[in-house]
Design a protein around this ligand. Structure first.
Ligand SMILES: Nc1ncnc2c1ncn2[C@@H]1O[C@H](COP(=O)(O)OP(=O)(O)OP(=O)(O)O)[C@@H](O)[C@H]1O
Ligand code: SF4
Ligand SMILES: [Mg+2]
Length: 330
């Protein structure tokens, strides 16, 4: 059994009279200490998946079903208050998207961290202060940050403070949602290095979300590609890059600019737009944009199948279903 086992996970938002199928039947199994990157275009459901696992959802959830197991324990059945006190931040932590703005502007950073620690641990304040200072140092922030307000810090410093906050209660699982997006490339590289070091030294299981394949490949052992609320390909990072099977993944890789490379290094544009998520899945969601679309692609959705050892893809190009039946000469 994997450390994080997500099976048939669905989370739909309610919007006016329709349902937005942001997480639409996700299965992911992550081993202890493994890091899985989740990539996909804007709006494909990456943050919704993260918030569903972290159970930090807005009021307009229209459907939530499926299973999320951490260390064999079913998390979806845990009562709300118990989850808040003993699981969220303690067993799993999250660096939310736009987390630089997630710090409360009216409290110094250290005070926010001390209070978070004391909310979850029955410990003296001195211990909370020591732990906070220790973590701020671990993410290479000076002790003065303890008494600083968020507006007194740079973007990179705020992101480091959020990383320290996420590590405060020694979580088993870390979910990082676009942790480097708003940072310049130099700071981005430093933050990625820091996250990788922390993940490795603590043996944390992690989900690392980004719309940028290049960023994800530097920290993740496996990569899951999301499209329209679903995973369309998952494999080890090397295979996804050297042998992408799904036409959408091939396009995403074509979008990564490569320095010093001629021809194939050109940025590719993916024509068309991502699918509307307010309809039930009755076909391959990528077919209107896919150069290889076949009749079957418009008639039913492809299942995620193991096309090569450890390499899963949801595409009829790699499924027996698209082959003509024996004796069929049409
Ligand atoms: N609170 C909400 N209510 C209704 N729909 C929502 C809500 N939050 C997100 N959505 C919709 O759910 C879908 C998935 O959004 P989500 O934010 O998870 O995508 P994302 O992959 O994280 O995108 P990005 O890369 O831009 O962060 C989108 O269609 C979005 O408009
Ligand atoms: S199932 Fe069909 S439309 Fe979808 S990605 Fe594969 S070939 Fe393209
Ligand atoms: Mg997002």
């Amino acid at each position: 059994m994997a450390h994080l086992d997500i099976t048939a996970l669905r989370m739909f938002y309610k919007k006016q009279n329709s349902l937005i199928r942001a997480v639409d039947g996700i299965n992911i199994h992550v081993e202890k200490g493994e890091s899985v990157g989740i990539v996909g275009e804007s709006g494909c459901g990456k943050s919704s998946l993260a918030l569903t696992i972290f159970r930090n959802l807005p009021a307009n959830v229209g459907l939530f079903s499926g299973s999320i197991k951490l260390g064999g324990e079913e998390l979806t059945q845990i009562e709300r208050e118990n989850f808040r006190k003993n699981y969220r931040w303690k067993k799993m932590a999250m660096i939310p998207q736009s987390s630089m703005n997630a710090l409360d502007p009216i409290y110094p950073v250290g005070k926010q961290m001390v209070e978070t620690y004391l909310e979850h641990e029955d410990a003296p304040e001195r211990e909370a202060r020591e732990k906070t200072l220790e973590l701020l140092r671990e993410v290479n922030l000076p002790d003065t940050v303890f008494g600083s307000y968020p507006f007194q810090l740079s973007g990179g410093q705020k992101q480091r403070a959020m990383i320290a906050m996420s590590l405060l209660l020694d979580p088993e699982l870390l979910i990082a949602d676009e942790p480097t997006t708003a940072l310049d490339v130099v700071v981005q590289a430093k933050i990625l290095k820091l996250l990788k070091k922390q993940k490795e030294s603590r043996g944390m299981t992690s989900l690392f979300i980004s719309h940028d394949m290049g960023v994800v490949s530097s920290v993740a052992q496996r990569i899951a590609v999301m499209y329209g609320g679903q995973i369309v390909e998952i494999a080890d990072a090397k295979s996804v890059f050297s042998d992408p099977l799904h036409p959408y993944t091939q396009k995403l890789i074509g979008c990564i600019p490569r320095l010093g490379k001629k021809g194939s290094g050109e940025l590719q544009f993916i024509p068309g737009s991502p699918p509307a998520l307010n309809e039930e899945l009755k076909n391959c969601r990528f077919w209107p944009r896919c150069p290889f679309a076949m009749e079957i692609c418009k008639q039913k959705p492809p299942a995620l199948v193991e096309a090569k050892s450890g390499h899963f893809v949801a595409c009829f190009l790699h499924s027996m279903e698209s082959l003509p039946a024996e004796g069929d000469t049409s």
